[in-house]
Write a protein that binds this ligand. Structure first.
Ligand code: HEC
Length: 468
């Protein structure tokens, strides 16, 4: 039998693309999970304060807040966690397989700590006042440490998706080489700082409902200080983080995200800082709706663009700088026994080497050309581009200026994509007839005719940046 590609069937989501499906689930999950980790620290700190300063009223707050966490963070977190698994497994099967082959034990350890964390939150809520203070504090700190450990163990995987951080890993395939690099520590710093900031905001949702005036003032001020400290730390960590990114990520950040995304982040950071200053100054003015709105703003204008831009900045890869987002292997990874797919598709094309291509499409004929083009475009491009003219994910028709000219489209496939000249797109050395079929299909996609082709503009921008 001929050599075949290790591709899986394609999952296509019209309009928003699979990337957005994962992004939406991921954002909700990050909000829930970071809130719980931050809250675990808040628990430990406030419980210590309550015991040492002999202020049992604080425990009333902790009980209420713990219940709120259980219902929101833990339930939402436990639903969206498996949701991420389901969606990534079908959207990016080779990506997730690559991660599992690197990090299976790390993931297993993370689950152990997560288990401790879940027991911890129940213990925190239900054991208040039922066990002696010393034991309660021990539990509270174990809960905080176990919670943070889940973050310490998951961030290596997220960092590795951006890049292994050094060339060494490609040779050794070692988990430690993959995990603990410069990008990891900066990334962990950003998320740790963020968890304090977000816990400060979420904590206000409950603090604002406290009956006792003094406790309400004290806790709201505590939350404000914690939130502010988180924000300051996060700003520094974020700057460090940007210094630890690979070249392709920095290029995408500079050319496609920076002015706008930077402004959104700056406005959000300033608003959040002002919010915390206000709640520190006038704690009794804090309303539940304000804290809720602040949390929502952090999710919509902080987390969502952050998740999306991390996805964009990894381009053309989904993980490890060797698995392209369209699931092809870009290079050999001797440490993992992975072989580049590029020579095979260059020699035999995709139609004849992908198991899931229907038999009548193995060879292109005038009758099946459009269907073959459609299949190839879904496999090669749809992970990163919507095929609908108004799709949310970099819609392909618009990027080709709604061109109805197969020739012009093919020129792009023949040049930039064939030779891998666009730093944020995979190299696609497909045979002549497959490129032709894709061009015919893309030209057949419906769409308006407003904008001129943006192809030329973007190419000049890349050249101006001196990449490739
Ligand atoms: C790994 C993800 C990825 C894949 C796969 C991918 N692209 Fe792209 N593509 C991008 C990104 C990112 C951009 C930049 C988008 C922007 O400027 O908004 C882009 C931009 C483009 C552009 C605009 C011109 C340019 O050079 O920026 C065209 C045309 C294009 N892609 C065509 C394709 C075609 C055709 C395929 C499939 C054969 C494809 N892309 C596959 C990520 C991808």
């Amino acid at each position: 039998m001929n050599e075949m590609l290790g591709l899986y069937p394609q999952w296509y989501v019209p309009g928003i693309g699979t990337a957005w499906v994962m992004g939406i689930i991921g954002t909700i999950h990050v909000l829930a999970s970071h809130t719980s980790v931050g809250a675990a620290w808040l628990f430990a700190l406030l419980a210590t304060k309550s015991v040492h300063e002999n202020k049992p009223e604080i425990m009333v707050y902790l009980k209420k807040y713990g219940m709120f966490l259980l219902v929101f963070s833990y339930i939402i977190g436990s639903i969206t966690g498996p949701g991420i698994w389901y969606s990534v497994t079908v959207a990016s099967p080779r990506g997730i397989s690559g991660l599992i082959h690197n990090f299976v034990w790390l993931w297993a350890s993370e689950w152990v700590f997560f288990f401790v964390e879940v027991i911890g939150v129940y213990a925190m809520v239900y054991l208040i006042g039922k066990i002696d203070n010393k034991t309660y504090l021990k539990l509270a700190w174990s809960f905080a440490v176990a919670s943070w450990a889940t973050m310490i163990l998951i961030v290596p995987i997220l960092s590795f998706m951006m890049w292994p951080g050094n060339d060494h890993w490609f040779q050794t395939g070692s988990t430690f080489d993959a995990a603990f690099n410069l990008n990891y520590f900066a990334h962990l710093g950003v998320r740790t700082a963020f968890m304090f900031a977000v816990a400060g905001a979420v904590g206000g949702i409950i603090a604002s409902t406290l009956k006792d005036r003094e406790t309400r003032i004290e806790i709201t001020r505590f939350l404000s200080k914690m939130g502010l400290a988180g924000l300051v730390l996060m700003s520094f960590m974020f700057m460090w983080y940007t210094l630890t990114l690979p070249d392709n990520a920095r290029l995408i950040m500079d050319t496609q995200m920076m002015p706008r995304y930077g402004k959104v982040l700056l406005v959000l950071l300033t608003t959040t800082a002002l919010y915390f200053m206000f709640t520190a100054w006038k704690p009794l003015q804090l309303r539940q709706s304000m804290a809720g709105a602040m949390t929502l703003a952090i999710a919509l204008f902080g987390l969502w663009p952050e998740e999306r831009s991390r996805e964009s900045m990894r381009k053309p890869y989904v993980a490890g700088q060797y698995i392209y987002s369209n699931q092809f292997f870009s290079r050999d990874v001797p440490g993992k026994g992975v072989k580049s797919d590029m020579p095979l598709i260059k020699a035999n094309g995709v139609l004849a080497t992908d198991y899931f291509v229907p038999a009548d499409l193995h060879t292109i004929t005038p009758e099946n050309q459009l269907r073959a083009g459609s299949l190839l475009t879904h496999v090669m491009c749809a992970n990163c581009h919507s095929l609908e003219p108004n799709g949310a994910l970099r819609p392909l028709p618009a990027l080709f200026g709604y061109s109805k000219e197969p020739k012009m489209i093919k020129a792009y496939l023949d040049g930039a994509l064939y030779h891998g000249m666009v730093p944020y797109m995979p190299k696609m050395p497909l045979p002549e007839d497959e490129r032709e079929a894709m061009a015919v299909y893309i030209a057949s996609l419906p769409g308006g005719s407003k904008k001129p082709a943006s192809v030329a503009i973007n190419q000049t921008e890349i050249e101006a940046k001196g990449v490739n």
